[in-house]
Design a protein around this ligand. Structure first.
Ligand SMILES: O=C(O)CCC(=O)C(=O)O
Length: 267
């Protein structure tokens, strides 16, 4: 994606709270993801969590980076990551990587903001930037994410309140990107088909990731990740300071390499 397109998407997130990147990934990847999520569902015996938030007819698989190389390209996708880096900054982190498959007869998820638990007065600068990958078409009828445009500039919603929403309808291969302060929720699925989505969620490098990836992903697996992915799962330091171990970058300890970048103390 060229720099002007990135700027336009970042500006849309700042203004409206969200943007949709069309044709962000191809049909081969979409088909591969659907097939692999079906495989994981069977192998792991995935069933709906059954709570109000995660749904009674929604299948979720968390920590996808431990489930195969297929998932490693998701956080790095060059049609999406530059937009997220523009909304947060390049020190951003993967907060969570999960699948969300909304099955027939699921009801709408309660409207919420993804940063609702962070005790900061709103509006504030974006600290969470989340993306939803359309692995099948997202329609009003099959559970497309529902959004309250512009609500990222307001205070938190009343959880589960009755708000006027618009569906983020988009074709397979599109990616919805939003400021984590935006009021939204998964839609009801009134069709006979599943809605397959990947929730690729990022946070600022100075707050905690929702999924703990330093313990959740085996270190030997992280050692063979591409360098940028190692940073994104949390093995770098933010602004030369936050996340250090005895003044060293976790990445250098992980890879047993010499200090590779200046730390804040180096002036
Ligand atoms: O599935 C969706 O479209 C949205 C899900 C969501 O917002 C969440 O689980 O936090």
């Amino acid at each position: 994606m060229d720099a002007d397109a990135v700027k336009a998407h970042v500006a849309a997130v700042q203004r409206d709270g969200y943007t949709i990147i069309e044709d962000a990934f191809d049909a081969v990847l979409a088909d591969g993801l659907r097939a692999d999520l079906d495989r994981l569902e069977a192998e792991l015996g995935v069933v709906p969590a059954g709570n109000d938030f995660e749904g009674a007819r929604t299948l979720r698989i968390y920590n996808l980076l431990v489930h195969g190389v297929l998932y490693e390209q998701i956080p790095l996708l060059d049609t999406v990551l530059p937009v997220v880096e523009g909304v947060l900054d390049p020190g951003c982190l993967i907060s969570s990587l999960s699948s969300i498959v909304i099955c027939p007869e699921e009801k709408a998820q309660p409207i919420h903001a993804d940063d609702i638990l962070i005790p900061l007065a709103k509006p504030h600068a974006p600290i969470v930037c989340n993306t939803m990958w359309a692995v099948t078409d997202f329609t009003d009828a099959n559970g497309a994410t529902r959004l309250v445009p512009g609500s990222h500039l307001r205070e938190n919603p009343e959880y589960g309140g009755d708000y006027e929403t618009v569906p983020a309808e988009m074709g397979t291969g599109s990616v919805l990107v939003w400021d984590g302060a935006l009021w939204h929720g998964g839609g009801a699925n009134r069709t006979t088909e599943r809605r397959y989505g990947i929730a690729m969620n990022y946070c600022a490098g100075f707050i905690r990731q929702q999924e703990n990836q330093q313990l959740g992903i085996p270190a030997d697996l992280v050692r063979r990740f591409p360098a940028r992915l190692q940073q994104l799962v949390g093995y770098d330091v933010y602004r030369g300071l936050i996340g250090h171990i005895d003044k060293q970058r976790p990445l250098d300890l992980l890879m047993n390499t010499d200090p590779s970048e200046a730390m804040v103390w180096d002036g």
